[in-house]
Design a protein around this ligand. Structure first.
Ligand code: HEC
Length: 153
């Protein structure tokens, strides 16, 4: 119960940050770029462990799967506010100008990531490795779809 409240508060504060985003505008472009890349790196690190598990490179372990999926789900909300206007350049970035030219499409991709990773938590909690594998695949598609359109090769 307590945990749920904390998670809700975190989700709310992140949501509010993304809606207003006034302070993010005042940051240095290089800091926004660093933040989104760091968040995506943490996301990928935890998602990678799940990948190793569904591919049988490490043994299936439900508790570990839940821990990793929860990390992926939480972190999926974080890179978004790093894509501030004016950070197409000014740092080491592979983000394409399409991120800012097609904001609705980019946002839809972010929302897809958030909903797929929420389902990933449910799949991990189910204790069924088959479900975890299927949902890992669906989530990986959400990553590659966005990379295809919004990340430089
Ligand atoms: C909404 C679009 C979107 C989604 C969804 C998305 N990414 Fe990315 N990702 C990007 C963009 C854009 C960049 C380039 C960021 C930059 O260089 O500023 C990126 C960069 C990265 C990087 C490189 C970070 C670095 O240090 O250069 C990794 C790793 C990564 N993504 C992993 C993932 C994984 C894993 C998923 C799915 C679980 C995912 N991404 C989902 C858009 C997305």
């Amino acid at each position: 119960m307590k945990k749920t409240c904390v998670a809700a508060a975190v989700a709310l504060s992140i949501g509010a940050g993304m809606a207003v985003d006034a302070w993010a505008q005042q940051r240095k472009p290089e800091d926004s770029i660093k933040m989104r890349k760091a968040a995506l790196t943490v996301l990928s690190w935890n998602f990678g462990t799940l990948g190793a598990m569904v591919k049988g490179q490490i043994p299936y372990d439900q508790a570990e799967a839940v821990k990793r999926a929860e990390a992926v789900s939480l972190v999926s909300h974080l890179p978004g506010e790093g894509f501030v206007k004016g950070t197409e350049s000014g740092g080491d970035t592979r983000a394409l100008p399409e991120v800012w030219a097609q904001p609705d499409k980019f946002k839809a991709n972010q929302e897809r990531l958030e909903s797929e990773t929420a389902k990933l938590v449910q799949a991990a909690k189910s204790g069924d490795p088959g479900q975890l594998k299927a949902q890992f695949g669906a989530t990986a598609k959400a990553c590659s779809n966005c990379h295809d359109d919004f990340r430089r090769k």
